[in-house]
Design a protein around this ligand. Structure first.
Ligand code: ATP
Length: 297
């Protein structure tokens, strides 16, 4: 095992078996990204979609590490979650558009313009390090600029991961029937989901055209997403050992996940056919099928 791999496993508290998966699937993906970047001769912007808890940020970090250590390329991984509108901006939307927009998550609660500017800046030579926004989930607000991370540009490979990255607007006829209790009880007129849908059409879809390469970690289904999310919540509870004020119980978690359900289901249904590389996963996050890439030995 290489020393950077050892550091990676320790930092992510992963079993060594992650490296078996990586050797077979993620190393060939890194090679592919390196080749694409060389062909472009400029920054390669990679989109990584996967439902909540599917392993996106872990994969993003792994790809950055291998691209740097084994391929000598500069790389950075960003999360769409770091580009949520501030709490105050969402309060204005909640007041003026729909109360559900106070909750971060659905399309319409990201600052797509800030995201686009950040990615562009990371692709251009710059004398000063580029500042990358960070969202503080415990405060439910964007962190102060002095707490942003920084990165030296230009970056060869920029990886952007997000659970709704790639979600597209739908025909309004598909929005009529509520998908869950949250939509039925808190958005009976459908105004919230139509607003979100319009945001996808106007802001997110044009942004997708600026991304060069698409990867998806496909969960086995939406029910699994809830299970993964509650596992994560349990780990957080264990980590804070009883001081878990602000952490969600099962009812709160179910309501929270319902904010994401429509887009997550849509991505699971529609994205697999259009991404460059697709990894299908089982409930233990084992890769059971792959498309768009020749697995290694
Ligand atoms: N290939 C894998 N095999 C086993 N466990 C994994 C794998 N990838 C990630 N994990 C574990 O799954 C959990 C979720 O991973 P991660 O945080 O990367 O997911 P995510 O998609 O970024 O989640 P979120 O959307 O909630 O931020 C972590 O505990 C991580 O260690």
């Amino acid at each position: 095992m290489k020393s950077w791999q050892q550091r990676f496993l320790e930092a992510h508290r992963l079993q060594a078996s992650y490296l078996d998966t990586a050797r077979r699937y993620f190393d060939p993906l890194a090679r592919m990204l390196g080749d694409r970047q060389a062909q472009r001769g400029a920054s390669l912007k990679v989109a990584l979609n996967g439902s909540q808890g599917s392993g996106k940020s872990t994969l993003g970090d792994y790809l950055c590490a291998i691209l740097k250590e084994d391929f000598g390329l500069s790389a950075v991984a960003l999360s769409l979650d770091d580009f949520y509108l501030t709490r105050a901006e969402r309060a204005v939307l909640a007041e003026n558009v729909h109360p559900l927009l106070q909750t971060r998550g659905a399309p319409g609660t990201h600052d797509v313009d800030l995201l686009r500017r950040t990615l562009d800046t990371l692709g251009q030579p710059s004398a000063l390090p580029v500042r990358i926004p960070r969202f503080d989930k415990s405060a439910d607000d964007r962190a102060l600029p002095e707490d942003y991370s920084t990165c030296q540009a230009p970056v060869d490979v920029i990886i952007l991961e997000g659970w709704c990255l790639g979600a597209r607007s739908e025909a309004s006829s598909r929005l009529v029937k509520p998908m869950n209790a949250l939509e039925r009880d808190e958005d009976p007129s459908g105004f919230w989901r139509n607003y979100s849908n319009e945001q996808l059409r106007i802001f997110y879809e044009p942004f997708y055209d600026e991304l060069d390469f698409w990867v998806m970690l496909q969960a086995p289904g939406f029910d699994q997403v809830l299970r993964w999310r509650s596992e994560q919540e349990q780990k957080l509870r264990d980590a804070v050992r009883g001081q878990g004020a602000g952490l969600m119980d099962d009812g709160a978690l179910l309501r929270f996940v319902q904010h994401f359900e429509r887009c997550t289901r849509q991505c699971l249904r529609d994205l697999p056919g259009s991404v460059d590389v697709l990894f299908k996963m089982d409930e233990d996050r084992r890769i059971v099928a792959v498309r768009g890439l020749e697995p290694g030995e």
